[in-house]
Design a protein around this ligand. Structure first.
Ligand SMILES: [Zn+2]
Length: 296
């Protein structure tokens, strides 16, 4: 941008507003894998009054690392984006060591968070945001002071796809949740796996576009093979022979898309956030277009 480097180079120029954003303390759990990338990210916000977002897998060394990072914190709250083991299994062990309440929608939580509920830390409040789709219990945590959101498995820090598979996954809810996060207008996403995402709008659009492209692939595949099973669709759509557990994941992803098409079969998929009205109409009719089964 012309002129920008001049401004930055100017001696004693007024500090740009806003200043550098506060960042969370990040620990990467030692559980790398095809779904976890280099491992689950555990985030700490605050120093004395601290929130731990996703304590991670129940691995003793990781729990020890989180305790070490907490140092002499006075009050700790454990927040869960969702109940999957790679995010939540360490919660009981960490809670036992810190007397921290475990909050979220996961089954292991001590108390369910309401949408919009604030969790105070001395690094700023975190606000619970309902973001189902990857799982029905999924929450994101908006951190206004950091202009950021902790997004769990809604998006990953690498690539353009996350797991949205039956029976927990819900494609329509997933696309709505991407739009909900886009509406927060944050500058950074801290995902459950992978590095922080800085190109927030582009990344959210990329994840939505990938999911919609998969929906369209299934729609087209069904045109050539009406009534195809999830396994047949996975073989048609994913190149090559998938090793386990990717093959099962691909089939469950196909099943979630078939369910999406059963409800939304006649609609073209929409970009996240482009049409709020479509969301209202989806909700307005509980059966979401019953009697309008996919024609193929
Ligand atoms: Zn998960």
């Amino acid at each position: 941008m012309p002129g920008r480097s001049d401004a930055e180079g100017g001696a004693r120029a007024p500090a740009p507003l806003p200043g550098p954003l506060p960042e969370p303390h990040i620990l990467v759990a030692p559980n790398p894998g095809p779904f976890t990338l280099d491992g689950t990210r555990t985030y700490l916000v605050g120093r004395k009054r601290v929130a731990v977002v996703d304590p991670g897998p129940d691995v003793e060394g990781h729990v020890r690392a989180v305790l070490h990072a907490l140092g002499d914190a006075d009050a700790v709250t454990i927040l869960l984006t969702h109940g999957h083991r790679d995010h939540a299994a360490a919660a009981p062990a960490l809670a036992a060591k810190t007397n921290a309440p475990v909050l979220g929608r996961a089954a292991v939580a001590d108390r369910a968070l309401r949408a919009g509920e604030r969790i105070e830390t001395d690094g700023g409040a975190l606000v619970a945001v309902e973001t189902p789709g990857h799982s029905p219990d999924h929450l994101a945590f908006h951190w206004p002071a950091g202009a950021a959101v902790f997004a769990g498995d809604l998006v990953l820090g690498i690539g353009d796809t996350t797991y949205v598979g039956a029976p927990e996954g819900d494609v329509a809810a997933y696309l709505r949740s991407l739009a909900v996060v886009e509406a927060l207008r944050v500058r950074r996403i801290y995902p459950g796996h992978g590095p922080p995402v800085e190109d927030v709008s582009a990344a959210l659009a990329r994840f939505a576009a990938h999911r919609m492209a998969r929906v369209q692939q299934v729609r087209e595949a069904l045109g050539g093979m009406p009534g195809a099973s999830p396994a047949e669709l996975a073989r048609a759509i994913y190149p090559g022979e998938l090793p386990e557990p990717l093959r099962t994941a691909a089939e469950r992803s196909m099943l979630a898309i078939l369910e999406y098409l059963r409800v939304h079969g006649a609609d073209e998929p929409r970009a996240a956030g482009t049409d709020e009205g479509s969301h209202a109409s989806e909700r307005g009719d509980g059966s979401g277009g019953a009697g309008r089964a996919p024609s193929r």
